[in-house]
Design a binder for this molecule. Structure first.
Ligand code: SF4
Length: 418
């Protein structure tokens, strides 16, 4: 039996039942692939279902406002995905009547669509022979073929793509791509690949027709290397990593970049009518979303600390981890700010400290309450761009970053009408 047949047989027996697998609608496939980038299936599933209910077609997404789209995406992170979906839907509506053309090149040129997403859409929806190369596929293929290129490099992806191209044309492209992705996701996993798992006792019992016995579909030669001999993996007999006992060394990972540490100092300024929020600019983190006004740096008590580099916006400071500076540690607890800063600024009171880790940065986030009548509040609201007052009942309609959502939830009783 050929590789593509073994793989698709395995898939038919083991695949998960997921809503986007029950459709060939390119819009739904595109949406599911966009959600699943950087997001686990269990977390992405409810978002997918809500998004489809709210925006059932390209046309519906194209005519929505960006605020509505961001609000539906809230909590998933990587908000550029939502903004790109929205932009691409407008292009499809304007140029193709809301339909996806059967063209890899057109789809690949849409905002936010890379090689992987374009291949997924055209293969799943139209059975066009473009192989998908995502993280799961890379891991499986690097191990199977003994590829020692760094996993995210273009050399590695090119090599894998050309191997898969030869197989995909022999099979049904959509089915083949689903199968290779699913095998990477469920079987050739990072820490517990099939070849390292304990087979059921029946498979080891002499005389029982074991999965790898000769003549049985998916059979392979039982090897000595590895404690369980790879009995559960149909590809153990041809897998380079398994045969050479280098499974844990593949795929070759890139060295992790140092995390940037960044502080944010948010101000809760409110009166009986509502609270002041800030719409973030289009050139920074969480662009286009709403958060709160921030404390000017000269009031944060940090200006004398030369070891911290200035962050991307007012009220934020950042530095690379491991630069040798010790300043940040002084602010990681809440004690310093509560005791020193709150006591020296009239009308300012420390409320809460959170931390949040994003892909390349770790945030240390401080929230304070500031009396709306104070001179500092007047100064902040007069100088910081994008500030506006909203009624308490409107808070739930705003697209906000995760840390602001958490703050609103933790202090819910404060936002019930002043
Ligand atoms: S033998 Fe192990 S490493 Fe090789 S493909 Fe199977 S599960 Fe992956």
């Amino acid at each position: 039996m050929q590789f593509h047949e073994q793989l698709t047989n395995w898939y038919e027996e083991n695949k998960r039942d997921l809503p986007w697998r029950r459709t060939r609608d390119p819009y739904r496939i595109w949406l599911s692939e966009s959600i699943l980038q950087q997001t686990r299936v269990a977390q992405g599933l409810p978002y997918y279902e809500r998004f489809i209910m709210r925006f059932p077609s390209v046309e519906a997404l194209a005519t929505a406002s960006e605020d509505e789209v961001l609000k539906s995406w809230q909590g998933l992170g990587y908000y550029s995905r939502a903004r790109n979906l929205h932009k691409a839907a407008r292009i499809l509506a304007a140029e193709c009547g809301g339909e996806f053309p059967r063209s890899y090149d057109f789809i690949r040129a849409l905002p936010g669509v890379g090689d992987y997403t374009a291949a997924a859409i055209v293969s799943f929806a139209f059975d066009m022979a473009y192989p998908v190369v995502d993280g799961n596929v890379i891991r499986f293929m690097c191990r199977l073929h003994g590829i020692f290129e760094e996993a995210t490099s273009s050399a590695c992806k090119k090599q894998i793509s050309s191997i898969l191209q030869k197989e995909i044309v022999l099979s049904r492209p959509g089915l083949f791509n689903q199968a290779v992705m699913e095998f990477g996701a469920l079987a050739c996993t990072p820490l517990s690949p099939l070849c390292k798992r304990e087979p059921p006792q029946a498979e080891l019992f002499p005389g029982f027709p074991a999965r790898n016995s000769p003549g049985r579909p998916g059979s392979h030669t039982r090897l000595e290397s590895g404690p369980k001999g790879g009995a559960l993996c149909p590809f153990a007999g041809i897998c380079h990593a398994f045969r050479h006992d280098v499974v844990s060394q593949l795929p070759v990972k890139k060295k992790k970049e140092a995390l940037t540490l960044q502080e944010l100092h948010y101000l809760l300024i409110a009166d009986s009518e509502g609270i002041w929020v800030r719409k973030r600019g289009y050139d920074d983190l969480w662009r286009g979303m709403f958060d709160l006004p921030t404390l000017p740096e000269r009031h944060s008590g940090l200006e004398s600390n030369k070891s911290l580099e200035t962050g991307s916006g007012r009220g934020s400071r950042s530095k690379k981890r491991g630069s040798g500076a010790s300043g940040l540690s002084a602010f990681q607890g809440t004690g310093y700010l509560a005791e020193n800063l709150g006591a020296t600024q009239e009308g300012l009171r420390f409320l809460k400290h959170y931390t949040q880790t994003l892909s390349h940065r770790r945030l240390s986030i401080f929230f304070y309450e500031l009396d709306a009548r104070s001179a500092l509040a007047k100064q902040v609201l007069a100088t910081e761009q994008g500030c506006q007052k909203i009624a308490y009942q409107e808070i739930g309609n705003l697209a906000v970053p995760k840390n602001i959502e958490k703050f609103f939830a933790d202090f819910e009783s404060r936002f019930q009408g002043g």
